[in-house]
Structure formats: structure tokens, C-alpha cells
Design a protein around this ligand. Structure first.
Ligand SMILES: *Cc1c(COP(=O)(O)O)cnc(C)c1O
Length: 702
């Protein structure tokens, strides 16, 4: 099975995310419809509304218009507009993909429009140049009614859409544009090869040549930013370079950015993601901001951060930039009151009655299901109980029983020590069990044989942040006849996990890290439903019993995930977890993951732009999809540097021998904090203050 991409790619997801389109025939109808809303619609509501708004006489001439968050339709001051023009390939997806950035752009209080000219069945290729030009003119003509700032219209085009955008920029009848972002531009007007804009060859060669970006360049009428991936096909790279060379003399503000290790579609999907630096750049174009590396631009990130609402629900001291939420998550503001209620009311007044009256009894499974949603587990398979260490013991013993005759356990040398220790304990106490470590004893390929009962791996490496391909590894382990147990300590609440989808057998995870449940909050475990009959809990305590309050002499396990509970659940801790999960409940995980990746990218980009003499070496994978939600850098003086950072309020942590670890919790961290953290790091390195911080231990570095 394939690992799920962090962005929607399949029609099913797209359908699920978007209700069917409704065509609005005229702007007046649209405005009327809009005005009829008693509550001005939120960006989320508009995401689903999908007003296919006609801008011309042809059926294909439709655009999706998503008003800015402050409902700027006709309002003053008028809002900037970002228009997305897609390339040729996306007809396959009905262009739906291009609606995804809408809420994000809207949150920045900017209107968003996606041209969906390929939606209509009879849309023919030759019409497109004129369609796109017409759409932009139409938007400008109706700027007043739509509340668009006519000086703030920016275009974003991808692939052939970038070429179309170039044609609009050079169109004398188009409005003066604020800026354009041409991504992985592809133009091909060679009549032999046919092109997106000319593939039925109705256009004459002369006409086609006149649309060459090189010839259009002298008419360039706005700042243009071109970007292209460095692992795109050579022809794409060449075309972007040619476009840049041709346009640059006419377009002083022009920039060309080559994006490392990205191909044609990586860039597009990255762009679609909320928080993407490219999309930010488009917004910046529209609102007249220039770059991503000055503080003014960072405010663009702040405004455009779709989790600003959630961030405000967590407590954070003013003088702290907290890059350690991967070790202990921030406090939900609602937690103290929720805990107090449990203590004072449910315990104080309700006493023993609260097991039933306040449903303490049901809490471990109810909260388990809420966590299940965050890790792709259908209800009934996840329970909150004990610690990861204890849960791992339960699940590994259970796996050994389910695979009689197999006595090898595998984990990896770089796993979190507690996981290794627990397995070493089982090896010591369970006759015949043999623990093998990937790394020390060989590769997983080499170690996987028909003696292996279970493989325990951590989804995201706690030191380097490197991701396992969970789907591929699960498949490989199960093909060898062993059971797969994932540790999600650094995955849950940080990356997208699809436990049911990848078909894992079991999993454990933490709630005090990314899930913000507080120190010592209980962990969770997952056992796939198909194993509920066979799996046995070796710690057969009373809370896993079918009927704990019957107090019968013999153990009889519950016939559901409850059997993996052992003793009495920590009700007070669970109250804090509940307060946190209330916030997590509404979180759109693909967006969360997108923000986590873009924060990591931003941090890497900025640290690597510092003086190379500082000597930081990236220890995490450079590609965001290969990382969890943390970024680590190596430095021989890492410990002293981390101490200096903590003295300045930037809290990360250090892992021996030389790893500075920075966690990016998308829900509680803002882009400007990432920016500030790098400024402080720069200052510490420039002034060498790290040389003078106290070098003794116990200086607050965990
Ligand atoms: C944090 C962490 C643990 C710790 O789990 P406990 O609940 O404290 O036992 C275990 N495994 C990994 C990978 C961790 O990162």
C-alpha cells in the first residue's frame, strides 16, 4: 500500500472535501446569494460553497471566487486578490485541487480565485489564452462589486498556467497587476510539438510565436517571480531559465528561484499546502510585500497562518519561543479549569459515583477514539492507558503469543532507548526470545526471516526527525509473517498517520508530546480490530476484565480494545488530555502536516542562509516529506549553543553527542517565532556568547 500523500490527490478525497459545484449565472445572482447569508460565510464555508461564477458567454468560462475572511465583498477597504491559473494536466482532477489554497489565502484577508476553465466538457484548448485574459479583465472590471483592490491583483500560474499568466501580464488590455508568480513554467509553441495553447493547430505559426514568453517579455508590466525545481525535467528547467533571461531586462524586480530537490509536482503540491512559502509569496505580491526573509514578510506568515485560532487556545510565556513541544507540549488554556472541575466537582462532590455519573469508566476508550481520528484509526481500536513503555510490553508479549514458534524481536539501534530497554527486558524474562537491532545487527532486510515475531519501529526518529515509510515497512514486515508495531511518539499530532490504511497490527503513542496533555499524561495503544480475539494482554488487570465491578475470581478479558487496560485509569490526567483533544478535534490533519513541513523548510532555509562559518550541519532529511515535525542540526559545540539559546528564551533541546533539536508544533507555533529564533541563533553565533555560558550540567537543557 502506498503511504498517503500529505495533500489530496485522489478524486475520492476531493469529492469528500468539496460539495458539488453550483453554477452562478451572473455576478448579480452571486452578490444576491452572498448578501442573503444571514451570517457572512467563513472561509471554511466558502470552501464548500464553490460558486462557479461565470465570467463570459462560454460554458467553460467559469471561475471560483472565494472572498477574503473579512467578507470584503463590496466592503471598504477593498482587498487584494490572488488568482490561480492551473496547467494542462489538471483537467483530470477537474481543477478541484486549486480550491485548496482558498481558506489559507482568505485567512490572510485576501480574496482568492481559481480559474476552472477546464471543467467544462466542451472546453477546447485553443480558447484558453483568451479565456484567461478575459477572466482577469472581468475581475478587474467588477472589482468594485467584488470588493477587490484593483492595485492588488496577483497571478499564480503553474506549468502551462505559468505561460498563460505570462500572456496576461503582457496583455495591454489587462489591468495593471501587482505581481505574478510563474511556477515551473512550461511553454511550447513549436507547431511541430503542439502545445497546450495551440494543440489543435488552429493558431498560425506567427500567432503562436507572438505568444512566446520571450517575445512577450518587453511588454512585462509587473514584478515577476519565477521558480522551478532542481529535479524537474531538463526541458522545464531550461524553459524557466530562458523565460527569466528574456524577461529580466524588462522586469527589474524579477527573481528566479531554484527549489532544491523538488520536481514539477512537488512544487505544485507544496504550493497547495497552507503555509507554503510560495503561496505566501503570491499573497505578498498581492499585498505589495516583497520577500520572505524580512520581518514585514513574516507578518504575512502570521496573518496567513490558518491555525492562529488554535494557537490562541494555548498558554505560552511571552518571553519564550518554544521549540520543544515535541518533548512536552504546551498547556491548553482550558485544561486548568477542566482539571479543577474533575477534582472539585467530579471527585470532590461526586466521589465514587463519578465512575458512572461522569463516565470516568468510559473515558479511556472515548478519548482513544478521539486520538484515533488523528492517526487514521476507526473507532474501537484505540485506548488511552499507561505509558508507552508499559503498553509496548503488553503489545510485544501479545505478539509473541500470536506468533508461536517465532522468537525473534526486531527494533532499531536508533530507537528511543525506553523502547529498546523494554524489549531487552522481555528478552531477559521470556525464554528463547532474541532481540535484534537494525543498525547494529544488520538491515531490516537482512534480519527479517521466519523466526521474527514482531518488529517495533518508531515512525519519526527522535533524534534526526527522519520518517519511516510506514506503509512500505508494514507491508514488508507482514509479508515476512511478523507483526508490525509502530511507536507514534513523534508522529501523533505531528505528521499524517493512517493506521487503518497502512494495515499495521498494533501501535503505541504519546499524549504529552504533540498532543499537549501534560507531564506524565497516559499514552495510547492501538490494536487492529482483526486481532481483538487473538491478542491477549499479559498484564491482565481488572480494568481489562469483561466486567471489572463483578469482582469475579477468574480473569476474563473484555472482548474489545478495553482488554488492553490494566489498572485504574488516571482520571485527573485524562481531564487535561480531554481539554487538549477538544482543540485537536477540529484540526484538519493535512493542513497541520502542511504547516509542519513549511515551518521546517523555513527554519532550514534560514539557518543555512546564516554565515557558513558558524558550522551548522543539517542532521534531518532535507525533504519535508521525509521528516517529521522537527529539524536537527549538528554542531560540535551544540550543548553550549543550546544553553545560550535557552538563556535567550529559545527552548529547544540537545541530544548527545552533537545534535541540536528543534521541534515545530504546528498548532502552537507561529512563523514569526521561527523567524525570531533564527535571528537569536545568528546573534549568539555572531557574538560568540555561547562560549561564555555556564558549561556545567543542569542548565536547563533536557
Ligand atoms: C517519548 C518517547 C517514549 C516515552 O514513552 P513513555 O510514555 O514515557 O514510556 C517512548 N518512545 C518514544 C519513541 C518516545 O519518543
Amino acid at each position: 500500500m502506498k503511504e498517503k500523500a500529505p495533500y489530496p490527490t485522489d478524486q475520492e478525497t476531493l469529492d469528500a472535501e468539496y460539495s458539488p459545484s453550483r453554477m452562478v449565472e451572473s455576478l448579480d445572482d452571486y452578490l444576491e446569494e452572498y448578501a442573503a447569508c444571514s451570517q457572512p460565510p467563513s472561509p471554511g464555508a466558502f470552501k464548500n460553497a464553490q460558486f462557479g461564477l461565470k465570467y463570459g458567454p462560454h460554458k467553460r468560462q467559469v471561475l471560483d471566487f472565494f472572498p477574503a475572511q473579512s467578507n470584503g465583498l463590496g466592503a471598504q477597504p477593498r482587498k487584494p486578490l490572488v488568482v490561480f491559473i492551473h496547467g494542462g494536466f489538471w483537467s483530470a482532477l477537474d481543477g478541484t485541487l486549486f480550491r485548496f489554497p482558498a481558506p489559507y489565502v482568505n485567512e490572510a484577508d485576501v480574496h482568492y480565485a481559481a480559474l476552472t476553465y477546464r471543467l467544462a466538457p466542451e472546453a477546447t484548448i485553443t480558447g484558453i489564452v483568451e479565456d484567461v485574459r478575459t477572466a482577469i479583465r472581468w475581475l478587474a472590471e467588477n472589482a468594485q462589486d467584488l470588493g477587490i483592490d484593483p492595485d492588488g491583483i496577483a497571478l499564480v500560474g503553474h506549468s502551462a498556467g505559468a505561460h498563460l499568466a505570462a500572456m496576461v501580464i503582457a496583455d495591454e488590455n489587462a489591468p495593471q497587476l501587482a505581481g505574478a508568480l510563474l511556477i515551473s513554467g512550461v511553454y511550447d509553441l513549436d507547431p511541430v510539438q503542439k502545445s497546450y495553447v495551440n494543440n489543435d493547430a488552429k493558431m498560425s505559426e506567427t500567432e503562436a510565436k507572438a505568444l512566446s514568453p520571450n517575445l512577450l517579455a518587453p511588454k512585462a508590466r509587473c514584478p515577476v517571480h519565477i521558480c522551478v525545481g532542481d529535479i524537474e525535467p531538463e526541458e522545464f528547467k531550461r524553459q524557466s531559465q530562458l523565460m527569466f533571461d528574456a524577461w529580466q531586462p524588462h522586469c527589474p524586480d524579477m527573481t528566479l528561484q531554484v527549489m532544491g530537490e523538488k520536481n514539477h509536482f512537488d512544487i505544485l503540491f507544496g504550493l497547495m499546502a497552507p503555509g507554503s512559502s510560495l503561496l505566501l509569496r503570491a499573497i505578498e505580491c498581492a499585498v505589495g510585500r516583497k520577500c520572505v526573509t524580512d520581518q514585514c514578510a513574516m507578518h504575512g506568515y502570521v496573518e496567513a497562518d490558518m491555525f492562529a485560532r488554535e494557537r490562541a487556545m494555548f498558554q505560552m510565556p511571552d518571553d519564550v519561543i518554544y521549540l520543544d513541544g515535541n518533548s512536552l507540549g504546551a498547556l491548553p488554556k482550558a485544561a486548568p479549569a477542566r482539571v479543577a472541575q474533575v477534582v472539585e466537582k467530579e471527585w470532590g462532590d461526586g466521589l465514587i459515583r463519578s465512575w458512572g455519573d461522569a463516565d470516568w469508566y468510559g473515558t479511556p476508550l472515548a478519548l482513544g477514539d478521539k486520538i484515533g481520528r488523528l492517526v487514521g484509526a476507526a473507532p474501537g481500536q484505540t485506548a488511552v492507558t499507561d505509558s508507552i513503555s508499559v503498553n509496548l510490553f503488553k503489545l510485544v508479549c501479545s505478539a509473541l503469543e500470536m506468533r508461536p514458534g517465532r522468537r525473534t524481536l526486531i527494533t532499531e539501534e536508533n530507537n528511543f532507548p525506553s523502547d529498546i530497554y523494554v524489549l531487552q527486558g522481555i528478552e531477559r524474562f521470556w525464554p528463547g526470545v532474541d532481540l535484534k537491532l537494525v543498525g547494529r545487527d544488520g538491515t531490516l532486510d537482512e534480519l527479517l526471516d521466519d523466526t521474527v515475531a514482531a518488529v517495533v519501529l518508531t515512525g519519526v526518529d527522535f533524534k534526526t526527525g527522519a520518517n519511516h515509510n510506514m506503509a512500505a515497512v508494514t507491508e514488508q514486515v507482514q509479508a515476512a509473517g511478523a507483526l508490525m508495531i509502530w511507536d507514534l511518539a513523534h508522529s501523533a499530532g505531528a505528521v499524517q498517520v493512517d493506521l487503518d490504511g497502512i494495515g499495521t497490527d498494533m501501535a503505541v503513542g504519546c499524549t504529552y508530546k504533540y498532543l499537549n496533555a501534560g507531564p506524565g499524561a497516559p499514552a495510547f495503544l492501538y490494536v487492529a480490530e482483526r486481532h481483538h480475539a487473538a491478542a491477549q494482554n499479559p498484564i491482565s488487570g481488572w480494568f481489562g476484565h469483561k466486567d471489572p465491578f463483578a469482582f469475579s475470581t477468574d480473569y476474563e478479558p473484555a472482548d474489545n480494545i478495553r482488554q488492553f487496560l490494566a489498572g485504574t485509569p488516571p482520571i485527573v490526567s485524562l481531564a487535561a488530555l480531554e481539554a487538549s483533544l477538544d482543540i485537536w478535534e477540529g484540526v484538519h490533519m493535512p493542513s497541520l502536516r502542511a504547516k509542519s513541513m513549511s515551518m521546517g523548510d523555513l527554519f532550514i532555509e534560514m539557518v543555512e542562509a546564516l554565515d557558513p562559518a558558524y558550522g551548522f550541519k543539517l542532521a534531518s532529511p532535507r525533504r519535508a516529506d521525509k521528516r517529521g515535525s522537527q529539524v536537527s542540526f549538528r554542531h560540535p559545540d551544540g550543548l553550549a549553543i543550546m544553553r545560550a539559546l535557552i538563556e535567550r528564551g529559545v527552548i529547544g533541546d540537545f541530544r548527545a553527542p552533537d545534535i541540536l533539536r528543534f521541534g515545530f508544533t504546528p498548532l502552537t507555533l507561529s512563523y514569526s517565532e521561527v523567524w525570531q529564533a533564527v535571528q537569536i541563533l545568528d546573534d549568539i553565533m555572531k557574538n560568540e556568547t555561547w562560549r561564555t555560558v555556564q558549561q556545567d550540567r543542569g542548565h536547563g537543557v533536557t
